[in-house]
Design a protein. Structure first.
Length: 580
């Protein structure tokens, strides 16, 4: 058997042992002295419906059956094997729960106003049972508390890997103790309502509750101290797995004690015992403000305590922090002025230098310089507040890593924007066709490009769509060629037409002399003889030249008697002779 298997086996054995201790220590609840057995047997003797009523008889019969079953299980436990003993111990535990439930049912059947014989008989039987069980419940509470103490004493001898199973056993035993305490308090209140003399038991039970609350208060304080110490050690040894397991176990112990404290305080409130100090501590641990606000006095105390803490902090630390805040604001103010100055100066310098860079790159350089100055200013200002910049920068790195996964599309657009920034396929003011959008570039950023169409519509195109497609920049070159075609009739004079076209181009001042314009007879179409006319113009004059030459060609052709044919077809009709 390896070490891990052995540890698991020991842990399992310890759990079953704890269950056995719970069951065995519950034995005093039913294993009475000879005299007490006589009283209990009389109370649980077979009862007819005429004596205690049908429901009372049924509950008494069930309680007697559970009692007999418990004694039978106990007798079998003396000679049972190890495996069978574990089963019997669990059954005995269930028998005790069933017995307490039976007593609850019996009390519920009693009527304080009824004076009939059935109620008197039922009352006498419940009193007989109470006389026997009340002191034994107190003994059971003490035994369970002792079991919990014995389990706690094993903490120092338990390996870190086995601490959590040990805390689980302590938690289960504590829950059982809380149930028994709640059962005892519930019956004391019920039987007191029926006029039974429970004064001595009430005093003992109040002492038990106060003792239990004091114990839990001390253990909660101790748990908090241990947790703080372990957290401090983990800062020095962050990779220590044993420390982490011990810290988790101590946190479980704190939760167990806080839960048990809440259960005890609920019973103490029902008995009108003082609980304010305990609840104050419990609220500090659990931070359950909703529960605290139900108690007006406790809420007022908490608010007063908080206000006192705030005023003390302001008195002791206020002047120092006020000075730090003023320094922080002054540094940020000066930093903003410097960042604004750097932005304007760098923008003017780039414009005066007339560098061959895109407008987007200019804006990016200026904006980056401005943001860098603000970032450095913020770090300096935060250091004046006593904030450590190392963990802050590390945290920003982690946040940036997470955002990188969450914003993959945006990062793709940003990367494409970087490519557009450096390769400059277009700039602000260019007439482009990108990703199916045709128009003038109105605005560029690292993520998208805004295109204003010729009919004044604004289109925002992601940079990743642009860079991954064909980019057509109409205005990238300073000189463009205007391609036009003009047709004349087959009967017109071709040399004369060439002279007229050349004259039209020479007369237009926007047509460039170099490169020389091109005029050639290009195509013999079905209805026309087509000339190509291709003058070179400045890019900004493209459409003005196109429209002006087209208009001038029509007017000059009309003046010179040159016809512009339109498509036509000749239709020939043949007469068919008909026979006689």
């Amino acid at each position: 058997m390896n070490a891990l298997s052995m540890k698991r086996s020991l842990a399992a054995a310890a759990v079953w042992t704890a269950l056995a201790l719970v069951c065995i220590t519950a034995a005093p609840l039913m294993a009475q002295t000879a005299e007490q057995n006589v009283t209990a047997n009389a109370a649980l003797a077979e009862a007819t419906s005429e004596e205690v009523g049908e429901r009372g008889a049924a509950v008494l019969e069930r309680t007697a059956s559970v009692t007999e079953q418990y004694r039978r299980h106990k007798d079998m436990l003396a000679t049972a094997s190890a495996e069978d003993s574990l089963v019997l111990q669990l059954q005995m535990s269930a028998d005790i729960d069933a017995f307490m439930a039976g007593l609850d049912d019996l009390v519920g059947l009693m009527d304080t106003d009824a004076v009939d014989p059935q109620q008197e008989e039922l009352r006498s039987r419940v009193e007989a049972l109470y006389v026997v069980t009340a002191p034994k419940v107190g003994e059971l509470i003490d035994d369970l508390r002792g079991n919990i103490d014995r389990l706690r004493s094993q903490r120092s001898r338990t390996e870190p890997v086995d601490r959590q199973p040990l805390e689980y056993r302590i938690e289960r035993t504590t829950e059982r103790l809380d149930r028994v305490i709640a059962f005892s308090g519930r019956h004391l209140r019920s039987l007191d309502d029926f006029g039974m003399d429970t004064m001595a038991e009430q005093v003992n039970f109040q002492e038990t509750l106060t003792s239990r609350a004091d114990e839990l208060s001390g253990r909660i304080t101790l748990d908090l101290l241990r947790i703080n110490e372990l957290q401090g050690e983990l800062k020095n040894r962050p990779g220590d797995a044993d420390l982490s397991m011990i810290l988790v176990a101590n946190s479980s112990a704190l939760q167990t004690n806080a839960t048990s404290m809440a259960a005890v305080l609920e019973i103490m409130d029902g008995m009108e015992l003082p609980t304010t100090a305990y609840r104050d501590q419990l609220l500090t641990v659990t931070q359950d403000l909703a529960a605290g606000l139900l108690d007006a006095k406790l809420a007022a105390r908490l608010l007063g305590k908080a206000w006192h803490s705030v005023t003390n902090w302001l008195t002791n630390n206020g002047p120092g922090w006020l000075g730090r805040i003023l320094i922080f604001l002054a540094i940020m103010f000066v930093g903003r002025l410097i960042a604004r100055f750097v932005r304007k100066a760098l923008d003017k310098s780039l414009r005066r230098a007339k560098l061959d860079i895109s407008l987007l790159l200019e804006r990016t350089i200026v904006s980056t310089a401005h943001n860098v100055v603000l970032g450095v200013t913020l770090m300096i200002a935060l250091s004046q507040l006593g904030i450590s910049l190392g963990p802050l920068l590390a945290g920003l790195g982690v946040v940036g890593f997470i955002l990188g996964f969450a914003m993959q599309d945006s990062l793709s657009n940003f990367a494409s924007g970087m490519m557009i920034l450096f390769y400059r396929p277009y700039d602000v003011g260019d007439l482009v066709e990108v990703s199916g959008a045709f128009g003038k570039v109105e605005h560029m950023s690292m993520v998208s490009t805004s295109v204003l169409t010729l009919d004044n519509q604004k289109l925002v195109v992601p940079n990743s769509k642009i860079w991954g497609d064909v980019i057509k920049n109409v205005t990238d070159q300073h000189v463009r060629r205007v391609d036009m075609v003009f047709g004349i009739s087959y009967t017109d004079d071709i040399p004369h037409t060439e002279k007229v076209l050349k004259s039209i181009l020479d007369d237009n001042e926007m047509v460039l002399k170099h490169p020389e314009p091109m005029i050639h007879l290009h195509t013999l179409n079905d209805s026309s003889v087509d000339f190509i006319v291709r003058p070179w113009v400045k890019t900004d004059d493209y459409w003005d030249v196109y429209w002006a030459i087209t208009r001038e060609v029509k007017m000059r052709f009309d003046t010179e008697g040159i016809s512009i044919p339109f498509p036509q077809s000749d239709v020939h009709l043949f007469e068919e002779k008909q026979g006689d």
